[in-house]
Design a protein around this ligand. Structure first.
Ligand code: SF4
Length: 367
C-alpha cells in the first residue's frame, strides 16, 4: 500500500522500525516512493547510531522523517524496574508494548559489567514452555514469543542505560527467559542485525545462543551463513537423569543430541559449550563426571559447571568439594572445563532464576 503525505496511520497500526532488516526497510521505504538507499540510511541510524526516535534519524530530510513517522515508530522496551546487585550486575524488568493487552508482556535482561567487557543476557520468549525442573522461568509457562525488535531492543536498552561506563567489548548471551530455537525466525532476524558489521557490529565470537537441545533448530542453525556460538544446556549424564529434570530429553534424547553436536560445523576458532548446572546430590557424583567426559569425547568443546543457585525449587547447591572433584575428573580426561559462579544472585539475576514474580502478566499465566 502506498501512503500519501496526508496518510497518518493510527498509532497501533504504525510499524515498529526496530528489528527490521535491510530488506524490510527497503520494502517499507518503497511504499513512500523513496529510493532504496534511504533504507541504508535508516538502518545505519537505527543500529549503528542507535537513535531512539524517528525524529532523530538525522541523515534523512525533515520532510521524509515526518512521512516515515506517519507510518512507523521506534519503540524500545521500557524499563519497568532496575535491580542493582552488590557485584555490579543490573537486572532489568522490561515492559514490552503489545498492540493489545493480551500481547503485553514483561521480560528480564541482565547486564554484567567486568573489568574489560560487559555481558548482556537477553530473553527470547516471555516465559518458556520447555519446563526444565531446575529453572524458575519454567514456572511461568510460555506467555509469548518475542519479536526481533524486542530481542534486539534488550541489548540496546542495556547499552544505552550503561553508556557512561561501557568497556570496549560487549558479549551477548541468549540465556535469559525462553528457548531461542523455539522462536527461530525472530531470533535469527535479531542476530543477523546484532552480528552485522553495519548493524550493532558485535563479533560472532562474542555472542552465544544456549539451547536445551532442540535438534531441528541446531540442524537449521548449522546452515546459517551468519550465526552465533552454540551452547548446549546438558545438566545430566544419562537419559534417565535428564528426563527427570529436562522433559525435552524424551523428545530429543542424549544420543541424538550428541550426534547433532558431532555434525555441527564448528568454525576454526570455535568450541561448543556444554553447560552443566550442578544440583547437589543429584547430578554431581564422580560417576556423573566420568559419564559426561565420555558423552562429549571427540567433540571440540568446553564445559561450564554452574553450581545451582538456591531458588524456590526443591534442589540443593552442591558442596564446593564435589564441584572441584567434578571439575578435576573432566580436566584430567583432557576437557576444557570452567566453574562459573553466577552473577547477581542477590537480585535473582543468576542462571535459572529469571522469573517474573512481580509481573501482573505472570499472575494471569499462573491462574
Ligand atoms: S532453562 Fe531455559 S529452556 Fe529450560 S525452562 Fe528455563 S528458560 Fe526454558
Amino acid at each position: 500500500m502506498a501512503f500519501s503525505d496526508s496518510s497518518i496511520a493510527p498509532a497501533n497500526e504504525r510499524v515498529c522500525l526496530l528489528g527490521k532488516s535491510m530488506e524490510e526497510l527497503r520494502e517499507l521505504i518503497s511504499t513512500l516512493g523513496e529510493p532504496s538507499y534511504r533504507a541504508s540510511q535508516i538502518y545505519h541510524a537505527l543500529y549503528a547510531e542507535r537513535v531512539r526516535t524517528v525524529d532523530e534519524i538525522s541523515n534523512l530530510p525533515v520532510v521524509l522523517r515526518q512521512r516515515l513517522g506517519a507510518i512507523a515508530h521506534l519503540s524500545l522496551p521500557e524499563v519497568s524496574r532496575r535491580h542493582h546487585s552488590n557485584d555490579g550486575t543490573v537486572r532489568y524488568v522490561l515492559r514490552l508494548g503489545g498492540a493489545s493487552r493480551t500481547d503485553a508482556a514483561t521480560v528480564e535482561t541482565v547486564f554484567m559489567p567486568e573489568e574489560k567487557r560487559q555481558t548482556i543476557c537477553i530473553s527470547t520468549q516471555a516465559g518458556c514452555a520447555v519446563n526444565c525442573q531446575f529453572c524458575l522461568t519454567a514456572t511461568l509457562g510460555l506467555l509469548r514469543n518475542l519479536t526481533a525488535g524486542e530481542i534486539l531492543g534488550q541489548v540496546m536498552v542495556a547499552l544505552d542505560d550503561n553508556r557512561a561506563a561501557l568497556k570496549p567489548q560487549t558479549n551477548v548471551v541468549l540465556m535469559g527467559q525462553g528457548e531461542p530455537l523455539l522462536n527461530y525466525d525472530a531470533v535469527m532476524t535479531a542476530l543477523r542485525i546484532l552480528l552485522d558489521p553495519k548493524g550493532l557490529a558485535i563479533s560472532p565470537k562474542h555472542v552465544t545462543l544456549s539451547t536445551s537441545g532442540i535438534i531441528p533448530g541446531i540442524e537449521k542453525l548449522a546452515t546459517e551463513p551468519v550465526r552465533p556460538k552454540l551452547a548446549i544446556s546438558l545438566n545430566a549424564s544419562n537419559d534417565e537423569q535428564r528426563n527427570a529434570i529436562m522433559p525435552i530429553n524424551r523428545k530429543y534424547p542424549l544420543k541424538d543430541l550428541l550426534d547433532a553436536c558431532r555434525s555441527y560445523p564448528l568454525r576454526p576458532w570455535e568450541h561448543l559449550t556444554f553447560e552443566y548446572v550442578l544440583l547437589g546430590g543429584f547430578n554431581d557424583h564422580p560417576e556423573d563426571a566420568r559419564r559426561v567426559a565420555k558423552l562429549i569425547s571427540n567433540l571440540r568443546a568446553k564445559v561450564n559447571l554452574i553450581p545451582w543457585n538456591p531458588g524456590e525449587l526443591p534442589y540443593h547447591p552442591p558442596d564446593a568439594a564435589r564441584v572441584e572433584a567434578f571439575r578435576k575428573i573432566l580436566a584430567d580426561k583432557g576437557h576444557l572445563v570452567f566453574v562459573r559462579y553466577s552473577r547477581g544472585q542477590d537480585v535473582m539475576a543468576a542462571c535459572g532464576q529469571l522469573a517474573l514474580l512481580e509481573s501482573p502478566t505472570v499472575r494471569f499465566a499462573n491462574l
